[in-house]
Design a protein around this ligand. Structure first.
Ligand SMILES: [Zn+2]
Length: 127
């Protein structure tokens, strides 16, 4: 079920509004998400609105440079980013939503660590 939430970084300079289904939360095991503790809600851009803070965002990129790991330059939080798995979508950090009880979420595992292998297998399935 799609519900509307607001959220942001820790210091409040970056704020956003998102329409998302909290039952679709993903927990990714890749190198960066593991360390960050990012809980993913991947939504189409029309369900995401940046309310303020575009100028506060710094981008960290590595490996293929497809993912744009944005974070607040002031407080270092990663409220959302553009994921490599879906570069045309926005990936919101469920931990950065207002009034969210993370212990009530039931994240599904996302295979980010071996993403190339998993992705190739997916394409083979379709061949
Ligand atoms: Zn901040």
């Amino acid at each position: 079920m799609l519900t509307t939430h607001e959220g942001g970084c820790h210091c409040g300079k970056v704020r956003f509004r998102v329409k998302a289904d909290l039952a679709e939360v993903l927990d990714c095991n890749c190198s960066v998400c593991t360390k960050k503790g990012f809980l993913h809600l991947i939504v189409p851009p029309e369900q995401f609105e940046l309310l303020k803070g575009q100028d506060e965002l710094t981008v960290y990129q590595f490996n293929t440079g497809t993912a744009r790991h944005q974070f607040c330059a002031s407080c270092g939080m990663h409220p959302f980013y553009v994921p490599r798995s879906d570069p045309d979508k926005i990936d919101v950090n469920a931990r950065c939503l207002d009034n969210i009880d993370v212990s009530e979420l039931t994240p599904k595992k996302f295979e980010g660590k071996n993403w190339e292998a998993a992705n190739t297998a997916h394409h083979l399935d379709q061949a």
